[in-house]
Write a protein that binds this ligand. Structure first.
Ligand code: PAJ
Length: 283
């Protein structure tokens, strides 16, 4: 595995690969790698000839009161995991390489970014889309891989690729979970044992919604009530939103169908968690 830190080195490597007709797969991450990230690598390897993983904790997507400073970082461990899973290049730029002095342009997302995560994290998606657009330009991938775990993020990236004509495919990989159902997340490192128990409430509520949909419930309000009812036994889960929404526009729907997504965001202790399920697929 090669480790690159400058944009010039990455561009030179990309040119060399494309000169040899290699298809590049890109897996953008913020590090603190877990099996969710590595499942993206597996998918990228099967769909491309060479895989670039970026590891960059992107300051532009963190709000002033968010966890940028304490976001988990462990490059030694990340290197070993990425390499053992067959990543060809890790791109680990310093902040100044991605945001040199005076870099103030941002990708401005549309309506899809205003709801849910966008409401609770103003400016977050502009930061995400800006760094992802830059990574697309620098690594010129034929395909880029994202997790369903961050459903609204993946929807916005698809939309950006379409609206701004990026010449690449976006693939979305199912959420990897612990045996109990908790979606893997770098932020799970912040959870105490008691928090973890509470955090199971999110995936349990989503599973209950999917099960109710499976037995015929279509009314969005009924699905939400069911979830809130189930969460009553998890008093440590402070719900920020529960959304029963269209998977493309993220607008709330009244009547759910197979494609409808149910999204949840909640605080457990000092940690903010998100999760989702597509009703027709289940967890
Ligand atoms: P990060 O949270 O590190 O996630 C990197 C990628 O891994 C994202 O596409 C995310 O959806 C995916 N992922 C996270 N947990 C997962 C899980 N349990 N199962 C499957 N995939 C999972 O998302 C970001 O970083 C950043 O916003 C980024 C896109 C890198 C831009 O900075």
């Amino acid at each position: 595995m090669i480790e690159l830190t400058t944009t010039q080195e990455l561009k030179a490597w990309v040119r060399a690969m494309h000169a040899r007709d290699r298809r590049i797969g890109l897996v953008p991450t913020m590090g603190a790698l877990h099996e969710g990230h590595l499942s993206l690598v597996d998918a990228a390897r099967s769909g491309s000839d060479v895989v670039v993983m970026s590891i960059f904790v992107n300051p532009a997507q963190f709000g002033p009161n968010e966890d940028l400073a304490r976001y988990p970082r462990d490059l030694v461990r990340d290197r070993a995991l990425a390499s053992s899973r067959g990543v060809d290049v890790i791109f680990v730029p310093p902040v100044e390489a991605m945001y040199p002095d005076g870099a103030e342009m941002r990708v401005v997302p549309g309506k899809v970014a205003t709801r849910w995560e966008g409401e609770f994290r103003p400016g977050h998606f502009a930061g995400v889309l800006t760094i992802v657009a830059k990574l697309f330009h620098l690594s010129e991938p034929e395909c880029a891989w994202f997790g369903q775990k961050d459903f609204q993020q993946a929807a916005l990236i698809r939309q950006m690729v379409r609206d701004l004509d990026f010449p690449l495919e976006v693939e979305v990989v199912p959420t990897v979970r612990e045996a109990g159902g908790l979606a893997l997340s770098s932020r799970n490192a912040f959870l105490s044992a008691a928090d973890r128990e509470q955090a199971l409430g999110l995936s349990r509520a989503l599973a209950a919604a999917a099960a109710a949909f499976g037995s015929g419930t279509r009314d969005a309000a009924a699905l939400e009530r069911l979830m809130r009812g189930g969460l009553a036994v998890h008093p440590g889960v402070k719900v920020e939103y529960i959304a029963v929404a269209d998977p493309d526009t993220l607008e709330p729907v009244q009547h759910a169908d197979e494609r409808t997504v149910v999204l949840i965001a909640a605080r457990v202790g000092s940690t903010r968690l998100i999760d989702n399920v597509i009703l027709g697929k289940g967890l």
